[in-house]
Design a protein around this ligand. Structure first.
Ligand code: IMP
Length: 427
């Protein structure tokens, strides 16, 4: 059985958790392959609401093995907090597997993330402050600490010494902060080793063998296409590969084993943090989307920036990820609008752009070209078939589908697991 990838098509928070969870019962492994606890997804099952940051959403599905892949950066305190929180609610987390090659977010990197943002001032990225960027920087600089290092005190000490040689100086000399000592850092990390040990393995081998046995492996991206370090709105991006290509490097599964790429796209657009956002609304319509869609960050609680659907971005995401199916989420949030604008191109200084401008300055100056579609007022949260949707809602879905580069297979009409219209089964 081939592997399936799920990515976000916009700037994150598209509702991947719900979609992943929706597929859950047909999936044997759910793999997180990038990012760390900068992500946040809320899964609603019955009356229970689960906010997950680090654990893959498959943790909530009995019989599914959740995997933290080698491409993830792990805050071990957060990992145990989430495990404890779920266990307290009766959810078995013993199936979790963590890659021995995943990197660890050390305390000094959390501090560096926050102080760097302050130092950047108006040039800040608006990070989540969880130490993600500095930890990936260490990985690329080859001074990172990996999960497997926690099981070898000698190697761990050498690596922490190496990292603090450099980072300690940056903390004290550039930022005027206290740097932790090598002993303190080593002791803290070693303190996690015994509890972590049962979860740790060669996850690439585990997943390769699962695919050989015809089991279904779902690779779940953190963040989203426009936050990808290569393909996003650099530098206002996260520090990992959040697109379908990243699924391979972040898990050890080769591209030839992936045959389906599902992109989650919201029926409008949101963004947290800094950076360009052509369809952003600064008016009462933006406030309408924020209130109706409850657009406040799961991880930081920040109000999200809101705007209309952008087909240029959706098409870009379809191309970069090789999307086979879109899941359009939160269509119900648009209920009650007289007209729904959809961005179909950009105007940059009088020149029309139908595709993402290659030049970042052009994207920063892009003015959306809108088409205006009729809205609907009927409650659609109970609709379960496409035919049950009011004609204007159907037209909206078909209109954005025709311009987004892949079919829209599922339409979300509410936060509950079953509040979805399935046009083409995902599997
Ligand atoms: P970092 O990932 O904490 O380094 O933050 C870099 C950028 O990515 C900031 O603009 C964050 O707000 C954004 N970001 C990181 N994770 C998420 C997410 O899960 N959803 C939406 N935005 C995110």
């Amino acid at each position: 059985m081939p592997a399936i990838v799920i990515v976000g098509a916009q700037w994150g928070d598209e509702g991947k958790g719900k979609a992943t969870d929706h597929l859950g019962s047909r999936v044997d492994y759910v793999v997180k392959f990038n990012g760390g606890n900068n992500a946040g997804h809320t899964v609603v099952i019955g009356d229970e609401k689960y906010a997950l940051h680090l654990l893959p959403s498959g943790i909530l599905t009995a019989g599914c093995t959740p995997v933290i892949g080698n491409g993830v950066v792990v805050d071990i305190d957060v990992l145990f907090q989430e495990i404890d929180g779920l266990e307290a609610r009766g959810i078995d987390t013993g199936r979790l597997k963590v890659s021995a090659n995943a990197h660890v977010i050390a305390d000094y990197n959390r501090t560096l993330d926050k102080v760097t943002e302050r130092f950047l001032g108006s040039r800040r990225i608006g990070t989540t402050g969880r130490g993600i960027g500095p930890t990936y920087a260490d990985k690329m600089n080859r001074i990172g600490i990996r999960i497997q290092d926690l099981f070898d005190e000698k190697i761990l000490t050498q690596k922490v010494e190496g990292a603090l040689d450099l980072k300690g100086q940056i903390l004290t000399k550039v930022y005027n902060r206290r740097a932790p000592s090598v002993d303190q850092t080593v002791e803290e990390l070693l303190g996690h080793a015994d509890r972590l040990a049962p979860y740790v393995c060669d996850t690439a081998l585990l997943l390769g063998e699962a695919l050989d046995r015809d089991e279904v492996v779902l690779l779940e991206a953190g963040q989203a296409t426009l936050l990808d370090v290569d393909h996003g709105t650099y530098p206002f991006v996260t520090s990992s590969s959040a697109t379908a290509g990243g699924a391979c490097t972040g898990s050890g599964i080769p591209p030839t084993r992936i045959d389906q790429v599902i992109a989650i796209v919201k029926a409008y657009t949101t963004r947290v943090g800094e950076g360009p956002f052509p369809t952003e609304l600064d008016d009462d319509k933006g406030e309408f989307l924020r209130k109706q869609g409850w657009e406040y960050g799961t991880t930081t609680g920040r109000p999200r920036r809101c705007g209309w659907f952008d087909t240029v971005i959706a098409r870009y995401a379809a191309r970069i990820n090789g999307v086979t199916d879109f899941v359009l989420t939160k269509l119900d949030v648009l209920t009650g609008l007289e007209q729904v604008p959809v961005c179909v191109a950009y105007d940059v200084d009088g020149v029309r752009h139908d595709e993402m401008p290659v030049n970042q300055t052009d994207f920063h100056h892009a003015v959306p070209v809108y088409e205006y579609l009729p809205g609907w007022f009927e409650d659609i949260s109970h609709c379960r078939t496409f035919e049950e949707l009011p004609p204007a809602a159907r037209d909206y879905v078909e209109y954005v589908e025709a311009r987004s580069g892949a079919r829209i297979s599922v339409v979300g009409v509410g936060p509950e697991r079953e509040q979805a219209v399935v046009r083409h089964p995902l599997r």
